[in-house]
Design a protein. Sequence first.
Length: 402
Amino acid sequence: MELFHDVKIDWLGKKWYFLGFSLIFSVAGVLSLLFWHGLPQDIDFRGGTVVRVKFDQQPDTERIRAAADKAGLKDVRIQAITGSRTVANEVFISLAQGQTSEAALDQGRAKILQTLEANYSRNSGANSGKLDLDNVGEGTLAAWLAQKDPEHLGANDAAQQHYSAQATAIVDYRNQRSGLIDSIDNLSGSITPAVSAELKQDAFLSGFAIRNVEIVGPQVGHALKKQALLATLYSLAGMLVYLWFRFELIYGVAAVVAVFHDTLITVGAFSLTNTEVSLTVVAAILTLVGYSMNDTIVVFDRIRENLRMSRREPLADLVNRSINQTLSRTVLTSGLTFLTVLSLYVFGGEVLHGFSFALVVGILIGTYSSIAVAAPMLVAYQEWRQQRGRGAMLPAARKAKV
């Protein structure tokens, strides 16, 4: 299928505009990496404890941050979760953590819970000493009810079983409502009146619930960071060697420079937008390295074919013609892929946000660099060879051996 017929766009004539565009975004990304946001790193790389908290209303991230500061928690990161209704009113709260034991996991959860209960929950000053129904465990709730003994059943096995059943009913009601109890009055259909009265007197609803806690040690994060960097560098080196063998060295250099340009701008976009880089983002970047390289090779292959047939044609005209001949293929493949990843970005939710954002930016930049970065480098190389008197034409690629 061919969308464009007899296209005669002078791509090389616009190379200075392309250069200016690349410089602006590359320099902006580098400056942001060095002096502004740096490279925001997910818990996978920097290590620490991540607590996922659900609120009954839209959470105020600045108020949560102020509560953490008041509690003396340093280096706290707060990220609102957006996407489908299932993650509405939820945030990730990250803490720096040096240990990876179960005790450290419980400690991180307790820190966040105490901080929010003391400085964020409803009527936090009047809730001292009371039981938080939104976050209490079933076993703790059963023991608390047995100690209070609102029905005066005494200390026996039958009383323990009764209050355990009451605690189970409360927790089941809470789980049916995404971990939050809307009102103690609404529990009346599940628990006895005496238990309900006791809850109204000595328990409270904080308006938030801790849904999940994860922890990653700093050593693991450092190792993952090193492996991610090495994976990217090895992929670039491997592609350089392949193109050197399959085409010529200048083809490989031009393609690797274009891919490095794509990676730099994509990483810079994460810094400029203050979006955290996770392992899935690294996977997306590696995917883009291959995608951009493939797009560049398609253009280079057409240039190689035209070089063999039109050795006397000026290289700039030949490169323009080669790009125009592959333009339909570029628009179809890149356009359809872009629409797919754009759908992931818009509808994929928070889990796929970083991954899809990297693909959206990378596909746009990767397609652009195949035309605006890699191809002009071939022409610049020819002009440099002519100035040095080493040849009037870019060497064609070697023929494949059968």
